[in-house]
Design a protein around this ligand. Sequence first.
Ligand SMILES: Cc1ncc(COP(=O)(O)O)c(C=O)c1O
Length: 411
Amino acid sequence: MCPDLLDPEIIKQDFPIFKRRVYGKRLIYLDNAATTQKPRQVIEAMREFYQDYNANIHRGVYRLSVEATEAFENARKKVAKFINAKESEIIFTKNATEALNLVAYSWGLNNLREGDHILLTEMEHHSNIVPWQLISKYTKAKIDYISIDKEGLLVDDEVDRLMEKRPKIVSITHVSNVLGTINNVKKIVEHAHKIGAITVVDAAQSVPHMQVDVQEIGCDFLAFSGHKALGPLGVGVLYGKRDLLEDMNPFLGGGDMISRVWLENSEWNELPWKFEAGTSSIADVIGLGAAVDYLNSIGISRIRKHEIKLTKYALETLSEISDLKIYGTNNLEQRGAVISFNLANIHPHDLATILDEEGIALRAGHHCAMPLMNKLGVAATARASFYLYNAESDVDALVEGLNKARRIFKL
Ligand SMILES: Cc1ncc(COP(=O)(O)O)c(C=O)c1O
């Protein structure tokens, strides 16, 4: 076999969940855009923490605490290297949502005012819309949205037109969680910087699946969630450029984020701890470090290659099903491993229920992207999203399940 290609059946052996049966059938997990399954290595790293050196970090001088602190900060090193950042620029949050809120509140609230513009796109997840709507209410800054075309790609002319309004901040998703569209964030960041805007990249759907290099993109901030990258739930990451982070006020106040506290005021801790108030999700951060090790051991570019191959196969086979409408582009260079679709007028929830009986876990709904659903003219879609452990046989099972749905609904 070509060493460049992954063998999902071998990879699956690292994921204990695939041993289980669903209604007596093998589990076909196609909801990776929502959250991913965890390899044994991640589960083991977290178990080891709780079993062998559970202690709070940064404060203790005793052995357990020193070990916990080392493991925690070591995970930060791994994450920083993974996206080509400096350790001091990696802030652990609860998830991507909290990371985006951190930028909105700590940067937006202090830097935006009436007459300013915030630039987003129509394909954003609610996590990259709602925080800005809140900030817009407080500051009276206006939000503009770059529209998408029929293929689900950003309209270039719209980017140019809206940049002319000289937005103070441009916050865009790298990969759409509905359409799979991969946006040319490097180009948009360059354009935004030319007009003096600050840039934020929502990388929740890209960091787990393709090489993301913050230096190469050049963005000011970048957010993602550990749980979508084989890591545990409860930990996210915000990358931010040092000078910007230095200038910003903390998002949350409390322990760990201060250097000194008086009754009247406080002095902030150094980066990155200035933005990590309270006890962190220590085991989760350590688990994320193990997830990064795992992804590195497989190779992120091999994962991307595997996903391109699988997406191509899925787009081809799904397009043979009559009455199936697939959203997004067919250009695999511009598409991640996410396929949203509707089958005739069957409600996506009914589809998901029929597929569930076949052991297929697939998402149906608005995918936290209601403005995008409005744009597509639907209330909901079904969505299959793949990862390194998915195989062509999973796609075949999906096709079979959809044909079963056609029979049930007498299409
Ligand atoms: C593009 C995108 N951004 C942000 C998020 C929010 O991630 P989380 O719920 O882990 O904060 C998601 C989750 O689906 C997403 O797909």
